[in-house]
Design a protein around this ligand. Structure first.
Ligand code: UDP
Ligand code: MG
Length: 342
């Protein structure tokens, strides 16, 4: 078999601080892999600029002019990590035999990609990068992340424990992924659903080389909520359970109240009355909140909005000659404030 054509897809959002180093390290790796004849010399790096507000795109673009292994895909606005990743995978899949996705901050060990390729050559179509331990994470990140995996398992969602979005997929697997038409695509949950032969490779996760995390608490919570509500109906079942339990409890209370009434101690009613008003009110609100979340999902799905809009695609179309290379500080539009409105 000929050496497979590999595309490494790297979503980047405001990564100007870390990007030059990332490009350097990945280029070196790609060259080594080509030299060792593990991959075809047509293999590429595809950087997806997810509507960054800093110099990310101009860095990608300029490196692309010097080295034709470096390609760029610039999204018209911030679509979020998952969608940026999908944009890259879908743009590159026709010209690739296998695709690796990795974060721009190089927290994941790029040397592991070699092992991904070995597994791929053994016939595995999906190879998950799994973190061995979380030494480099803050206490908060570690526990919130592990809590998330446990919660997801409890909710009945099949996830690969401690696997983020560092993985290899074959062209076929990406094509299958594309058939999942939902707008709220939760990659870590969907990839196992795609099926195909899969395996895991273990590695130690490092600290971010430079720049700050692009996943503040707000985004982490919305990511977790998205993951749960786009995959699991357990919350709805919990509501039914809660409703059942509260019915049972109020039934018992009712018996107790009748007992009080018939034994002549009736003026004690206020406490239990006010408590039950608050209790039922709270339960109803929680229930409405969850139901609302699902209705929100239905609403978004029915709109069938595109998951991303591609602005420039030097991967498929080459570098357009009539376009000047972007000046520093261009793309200062606040894409973030736009993306919040969906
Ligand atoms: N990212 C993105 N769009 C976003 C947020 C993040 O493309 O809206 C990219 C980011 O540039 C990085 C990857 O997603 O390559 C993971 O983000 P980060 O490293 O900040 O997350 P963490 O490792 O802290 O969970
Ligand atoms: Mg990171």
């Amino acid at each position: 078999m000929n050496a497979p054509l590999l595309t490494i897809v790297i979503p980047c959002y405001n990564e100007e601080e870390v990007l030059p180093e990332t490009i350097k390290q990945l280029t070196v790796l790609l060259d080594e892999l080509i030299n060792d004849q593990l991959i075809s010399e047509k293999s590429r790096l595809l950087f997806v600029d997810d509507g960054s507000k800093d110099k990310t795109w101009s860095i990608i673009y300029k490196h692309g002019l010097k080295d034709n292994k470096i390609k760029g895909l610039k999204l018209a606005r911030n679509a979020g990590h998952q969608n940026a990743l999908l944009a890259g995978l879908f743009a590159a899949k026709n010209q690739s035999d296998c695709l690796v996705s990795i974060d721009a901050d190089l927290q994941d060990d790029i040397a592991v990609i070699r092992e991904f390729l070995m597994r791929f050559s053994e016939g595995f179509e999906v190879v998950y990068g799994v973190r061995r331990e979380r030494k480099t994470d803050t206490f908060f990140k570690k526990h919130s992340a592990q809590g998330f995996y446990k919660l997801m398992t409890f909710m009945g969602v099949n996830l690969v424990y401690n696997h983020a979005d560092f993985r290899l997929m074959s062209k076929r697997a990406v094509e299958a992924l594309e058939q999942f038409n939902e707008s709220n695509l939760f990659l870590r949950g969907v990839v196992p659903l795609v099926g195909f032969q899969s395996t895991s490779v273990y590695y130690d996760r490092k600290e971010r080389m430079a720049g700050e995390t692009k996943y503040p608490l707000r985004k982490m919570l919305s990511f977790a909520l998205d993951g749960i509500t786009s995959f699991s109906v357990t919350p709805i079942r919990l509501i039914s359970l809660m409703g059942f339990v509260s019915f049972l409890v109020s039934f018992l209370f009712g018996v107790y109240f009748f007992y009080l009434k018939f034994s002549g101690q009736t003026q004690t009613g206020w406490t239990s009355l006010i408590t039950s008003i608050w209790l039922i009110g709270g339960l109803q609100l929680i229930a409405l909140g969850f139901i609302g979340e699902y209705i929100g999902k239905i609403y978004k799905e029915t709109k069938r909005r595109p998951k991303f809009v591609v602005d420039i695609d030097t991967f498929n179309l080459g570098v357009p000659e009539d376009v000047e290379s972007p000046k520093e500080g261009e793309h200062l539009v606040d894409y973030n404030s736009l993306s919040k409105s969906n």
